[in-house]
Design a protein around this ligand. Sequence first.
Ligand code: AKG
Length: 207
Amino acid sequence: MRGLVHLRQFLTPCEQRALVALAQRQPLAEHAFRRRYYGAIVPPLQALADRALAAASDPLLPRVDYTHYILLHYLPIHPPPEFYIPWHCDNGQNDGDADYPIVSFSVGDSCTLLVSPSKPRLVRGSPQAQALPYESGDAVIWGGPARGLWHAVKDVLPNSSPLPLPLPLVGRINFTLRCTPQLIGHEEQFREIPNSLPKRNRFYRLQ
Ligand SMILES: O=C(O)CCC(=O)C(=O)O
């Protein structure tokens, strides 16, 4: 898919540990098996994004001055939910402006990131989508024509992390970087997922 890049084993173990330490310092909002934080960008994340975009080396994915990041913590549960994040695209107010690329870093347990250029259709019960095995240290970038990528997180595999994540972060953490200059100073408002999302920004079940 044009504008979608998966960089495997992009982060060194030392960088992964630094992301865990950053996550440990944030007050994550509780949301069942998925916890969330929305905050102003910090220089180490911008530096990692600069490196990832340079490594992607794709004119569709230019360097961006990010303003914010979303941190998600997934706790694998048993029995596993159908999705750890249901199908959606990043088109909400805090999801980033224009078609600037979203840069995503994952640390901890492996998962499957399902992606589709448009809202996937179910064929014999399965979504027509590409499955990316998303592992600790990987980066995924989507921008330009893939900026409206539909995606969902499935199958966070318990105890698959190559490095032990400390309590309460056991499981998987994911950082996505966003460019939303108009929200600088309004981070508190976006700390939690609103109970009702506008139609264009809902999580979807496929039919
Ligand atoms: O955890 C992930 O890899 C995906 C996160 C996500 O879908 C999002 O932040 O919009």
